[in-house]
Design a binder for this molecule. Sequence first.
Ligand code: GLA
Length: 393
Amino acid sequence: MMDNNELLERFYERFGGRDHAPRLFFAPGRVNLIGEHTDYNGGFVFPCALQYGTYLVIRPSGSDILRMASLNFDYSCEINTASISEKQSDFWVNYPLGVLDQFLQSGCPIPGMDMLFAGDIPNNAGLSSSASIEMVTAYAMTALFQFTQFSMMDLVKLSQRAENQFVGVNCGIMDQFAVGMGQKDHALFLNCQTLEYKAVPFLLRDFSLIIGNTNKKRGLADSKYNERVVECQLAVTYLDTTMHLSKLGDISYMQFYKIQDQIPDEIIRKRARHVISENQRVLNAVSSLLKGDLAQFGALMNASHESLRDNYEVTGFELDTLVEAALKINGVIGARMTGAGFGGCTVNLVRNNAVEEFIKKTSEGYERKTGILPTFYHAVISDGVREILADWS
Ligand code: GLA
């Protein structure tokens, strides 16, 4: 949690105008419990929103100048609103700019503004810092300028388009959805094909949800991500010759099992095997949760990691080491990578009375093998994007 008055002070230091108070918005990050690399394949996912996220202090400037700064990055920008649609090399400002550009494309005028972003979510760790910047921007626009025609689901789709078209990552809809629709103490069971969803109570009782950060930078992650998207499309074209399908999410594991030899390339077959088996694991995980069987839920998390490691090949040495070290600890019933992979974070289900030992021993085991110290966070499942009615004092 960041201190509201501290944020306000930093805003005034940067932009001045103390007689004209800004508004404050917050969008969480997310952790995905199971259902990885299934969203852009029309499959199932099961994420939840976190207590960490991105704060946005914002005020219309009464001019054509758009100023954006962040407490997390040195780079800031000051541009004319006429240049919103121009990408700024590789900087973080492309996430909010992409969102503003989408509003312009929808016929909504965007005036000049002063915007200060501040995040307490680790960047580039696979906890959706990007989706949280996008969604906090999108939500703030609707609140500030009464763009009432946009439902939350519209903002989710708009932010996904911003990332696909402006930033250039062909991500699915999971992150923006979890950030927008998150509910305290619930995980969101989403069908990414139909966008039907159900909020399922995720009551941990004797267990804690602990996120482990490998602190390995996710280099080249975006291009490898896009490569997986293409591989899945290729798998569809092979399978489509006998069974009509437009996405891998259209077929069950039993159906795939029978026709998998139609994919001549072993690598492409493995990619499809992951996606289709992961979809089944999400269904099983949700039903085990509804039965109160957390042990089964944990076992499915472990199986998910194995498939992401062996079939989808998006884990890598650091994520595998952190998961292996975690699973050696008594009281850990599930451990897997979460998010896109290629570095980033793991998510672990740990018995409450084992959490301390888990953090100590897993850190030691991981550091011994990788030379990197991991970081752990206790996840609190929280609500989605919102305005914080700040009592600036
Ligand atoms: C990233 C993407 C999501 C999803 C996950 C993998 O977080 O933004 O759309 O594909 O990777 O499950």
